[in-house]
Design a protein around this ligand. Structure first.
Ligand code: BG6
Length: 516
């Protein structure tokens, strides 16, 4: 990552949805953080686009509010608010009306002259996905995509709702932008520890030799949330956890863990290796789904001490909704490295804790020496992504003072205990401006991920009886535990940020239980 201001690309950000939630909560604060960190070239402009007519000063005041409410830092010495705000302009158009794009073009060209920007345009569509095709077609027709520099399109998920719709959308977009110019955001790829997985794997001689089915028993990926469906029922009712989290974020994390070392550390080589994981990912037939995938929906319960309603009682949710708010699955990557190693995944809303983490469980020691009774804890490498960022390596050692008592001990590295990591959007926005698409999803990844998810969705749509329930505040339906129990495994308890990271004596032999 270039760290000097003069190494940063000058650009115009043409931001659709500039008065929306994403711009307010994530994008303006991200731009601001990059600005104060010297990671934006001073020759930049933001042309915000929205439907309601807003004056330039009002738009800038809105940007200021969002920065005040959501940024990590305040201005540094010598920096003034107007130095930042001067770069922001607004134009109001109806994005469905091709007539409006002339005004956008004029403003963009004026800003390029004013800030001496060589026609580098980043079109960011922070808007409902059903508009992606229309907007990209109008961008081309209006001549906005003819630039003297580069052009790039940044789009948010969901990218379609199944393989057919994603393919159609992709074909529409590719009328105006080639694949290299399309930056599909999966914000999990912007998370510090997700990006760190390749470093942990490929910068440590300790792990890579063990990173295979000879030494690893299973891998567990958890992305649990305590929030419910919030204000997004209209979207979530049609998406469900499979489309909302598994098809994208969970599979992306799996790819980072399971990929082969790339031939070079460059964006295409890395994405080539990630895509191979999806090619080897076992696809379940509709009849097999029930054996490997569990779906659940939350009922009323207590989350973090607060009573909360069940999913079907949430606003704008159908009283007989069959939408899943939880998915657990046992997946397999059928290649030479991973054959036979189950990847257990789980994600859900209204669960006991907000946690994203990956547990690599190593194989057990033979039943000799200290493991005669088979009660020694296996070694675990835990990659913590949220809320704590770091790594945790669990080993066995002699209990101090005891003759032969063995206890699990931990080596912990905390990434965000001392320094605050940048937000995913800061990193992703910066990478898009710099033209680094390593941590954006390529079309073949999206396509294969849908081809994996579609049969599961079809099986569920066919048979609503596969929907289980779980009380809000729990870890999901019991069937999610049985999925592992069949293999003699169990979910490892997730780290509780409130408790000190100290290994507790084992409650049940062989399992280090409760807290670390
Ligand atoms: C989004 C999903 O992509 O990710 C949301 O649409 C979910 O439903 C969110 O809440 C979780 O992201 P994070 O970064 O809070 O784990």
């Amino acid at each position: 990552m270039p760290e000097r201001e003069q190494d940063q690309n000058p650009f115009v950000l043409v931001l659709f949805g500039a008065t929306g939630d994403l711009a307010k909560r994530k994008l303006f604060p991200a731009l601001y953080e990059l600005f104060i960190a010297g990671l934006l070239n001073r020759r930049f402009a933001v042309v915000g686009i929205g439907r309601s007519p807003i004056s330039r000063p009002d738009f800038q005041a809105g940007v200021r509010r969002s920065v005040t409410n959501f940024s990590r830092h305040s201005l540094r010495d010598g920096q003034s608010w107007t130095d930042f705000a001067d770069h922001f302009d607004f134009v109001s158009i109806d994005v469905n009306d091709p007539g409006g794009y002339g005004a956008v073009r004029e403003l963009v060209e004026a800003k390029e002259r004013e800030w001496e920007i060589p026609g580098n345009r980043l079109f960011y569509l922070a808007m409902p996905p059903d508009l992606f095709g229309t907007v990209s077609a109008h961008l081309k027709k209006s001549g906005l995509t003819e630039t003297g520099g580069w052009k790039r399109l940044v789009i948010e998920k969901p990218f379609g709702h199944d393989h057919a719709s994603a393919k159609q959308l992709n074909e529409q977009i590719q009328q105006s932008f080639v694949e290299d110019e399309i930056y599909r955001i999966d914000h999990y790829l912007g998370k510090e520890m997700v990006q760190n997985i390749e470093v942990i794997r490929f910068a440590n001689s300790l792990f890579e030799p063990l990173w295979n089915n000879r030494y690893i028993a299973n891998i567990q990926v958890t992305a649990s949330e305590t929030v419910g469906v919030e204000e997004r029922a209209a979207y979530y009712e049609r998406a469900g956890a499979l489309r909302d989290m598994v098809q994208n974020h969970i599979l992306q994390m799996m790819m980072m863990v399971a990929m082969e070392p790339p031939s070079r550390l460059d964006m295409e080589a890395i994405r080539d290796e990630k895509v191979k994981v999806l090619r080897s990912l076992r696809r379940f037939s509709e009849d097999e789904v029930n054996r490997y995938v569990v779906r659940g929906q939350y009922t009323a319960g207590t989350v973090l001490g607060q009573a909360v309603p069940g999913y079907r009682e949430e606003r704008n949710v159908a009283p007989d909704s069959a939408t899943e708010t939880f998915v657990a699955a046992k997946l397999f990557v059928d290649n030479f490295r991973w054959a036979g190693v189950p990847f257990f995944i789980r994600t859900g809303k209204r669960m006991a804790q907000k946690v994203t983490e990956i547990v690599i469980q190593f194989k057990e020691m033979p039943n000799i020496y200290f493991n005669k009774n088979g009660d020694l804890s296996p070694n675990l490498l835990i990659i913590r992504i949220n809320p704590t960022e770091g790594m945790y390596l669990l080993m066995n050692a002699k209990k101090p003072g005891a003759d032969s008592e063995v206890i699990p001990v931990a080596m912990e590295f905390c990434n965000n205990c001392e320094i605050e990591s940048p937000e995913a959007y800061e990193r992703l926005l910066h990478e898009a401006i710099q033209g680094d698409s390593t941590f954006f999803t390529r079309w073949d990844e999206v396509s294969l991920a849908w081809q994996f998810a579609d049969p599961i969705r079809r099986a569920w749509d066919r048979d609503a009886s596969l929907l289980l329930t779980y009380p809000a505040g729990s870890w999901g339906p019991a069937a999610a535990d049985q999925l592992l129990a069949q293999d003699g495994a169990h979910w490892w308890p997730v780290y509780d940020p409130k408790s000190r990271p100290v290994v507790q004596p084992i409650e049940r032999p062989g399992i280090f239980a409760g807290r670390y």
